[in-house]
Design a protein around this ligand. Structure first.
Ligand SMILES: [Zn+2]
Ligand SMILES: [Zn+2]
Length: 352
């Protein structure tokens, strides 16, 4: 028997509505989760504004949201280890588990993945959501629901520094101090990065970056990142540059900031479909250009580090919105990009 629940539904680009939907009973291997806190992610804003992100195009109304913490309310047949009332988070990339990449452990690259809240798969900004139990992680009592909702972006940060191969003592430049840039910063600090430079065009996220342990913050409107990074590295450039913006100027700048033989890791999804870069420069300077896409096996690590107090998951959260006001929240966040670092939607305790 289906339950009626309210959900935040993107009807088409720019039009978000609270809509009542059916939530089915959990099938075999599934659980029903009642989200309490759901983060508003850059990809949600991409979808909201453009009706698409990358190759994923909105074809029908879609429930948004992939950064959620909540409670299990019902458990389907054959589910072990989860019970009604458990505090949980949902890992939103539902990989197939069968393909070669999944079997190799690189399930972030699964070509058959269904990602909650990205077309065509409905997400978690709803009173209830039915999800496969294997993608549900229990949340320790030491972590709040808000912290739980931030585990997903932190997992992105952990994956990025792992792909970048950050080593103790290295100089790491992070382009972008949005929620993902701030999570990368904390992950780099945990891995023992020496000097961490955080670069952003807005002051508010830079203030959070300082608070979270950036050695130096730079606003390119006020100072030249290149001369600052050169000063910090005896003119050599950074060992590692991680790009977490996805804009043409910052992607280009990554190549200016890195040292000879250094590593660039691209995390941001670019708005431009094609950005010219000099391959000769990559070859002649011995650069390693890498990428980091989502995460694999990082959620349990993220939960452990967070419950050990190694990371401040709440610092990026600057705005909290009630579920009923979610459509306004998106408009607000979209219009005040410089002021909002991370916004979250808070649901009432009871399922609607
Ligand atoms: Zn996200
Ligand atoms: Zn797969």
């Amino acid at each position: 028997m289906a339950t009626r629940v309210d959900a935040v539904v993107l009807q088409n680009a720019g039009r978000l509505e609270i809509e009542t939907r059916d939530c089915a009973d959990p099938g075999p291997g599934e659980v029903v989760v009642a989200p309490r806190v759901v983060g508003i992610c850059g990809s949600d804003l991409h979808l909201y504004k453009e009706g698409r992100i990358g190759d994923s195009i909105l074809q029908r109304p879609l429930v948004l949201g992939h950064e959620a913490a909540g409670r299990v309310v019902a458990v389907g047949p054959g589910v072990d280890g989860l019970r009604a009332g458990d505090r949980v988070i949902v890992e939103p990339g539902l990989a197939c588990g069968e393909c070669r990449l999944c079997r190799l452990g690189h399930y972030n690259l699964c070509p058959n993945v269904r990602f909650l809240g990205i077309p065509p798969t409905d997400g978690l900004m709803a009173g209830l959501a039915c999800v496969p139990a294997r993608w549900v992680h229990r949340l320790p009592d030491s972590l709040s629901d808000e912290a739980g909702a931030m585990i997903e972006p932190f997992a992105v940060g952990l994956q990025a520094v792992e792909e970048a191969g950050v080593k103790p003592g290295e100089t790491v430049v992070i382009l972008g101090a949005g929620p993902i840039g701030l999570m990368i910063l904390q992950a780099a600090r945990i891995r023992g990065a020496g000097t961490i430079v955080s670069i952003d065009l807005a002051e508010r996220p830079l203030a959070v970056a300082s608070q979270l342990g950036a050695t130096v913050t730079v606003n390119p409107r006020l100072a030249d990142p290149l001369s600052i990074v050169r000063d910090l590295t005896d003119g050599e450039g950074a060992d590692v540059v991680i790009e977490a913006v996805g804009a043409t100027p910052t992607i280009r700048q990554a190549f200016d900031l890195v040292r000879r033989g250094g590593r660039i890791t691209l995390v941001g999804i670019a708005w431009e479909p094609v950005i010219p870069i000099s391959t000769n420069r990559i070859v002649r300077s011995g650069l390693q250009v890498r990428s980091s896409f989502r995460y694999a096996h990082q959620h349990p690590v993220a939960i452990t580090l967070a419950s050990a107090g190694r990371v401040d998951l709440l610092a990026p959260i600057t705005h909290r919105f009630e579920f009923d006001r979610a459509p306004d929240a998106f408009r607000y966040v979209e219009q005040r990009k410089d002021e909002v670092v991370k916004g979250v939607i808070e649901l009432e305790a009871s399922a609607r």
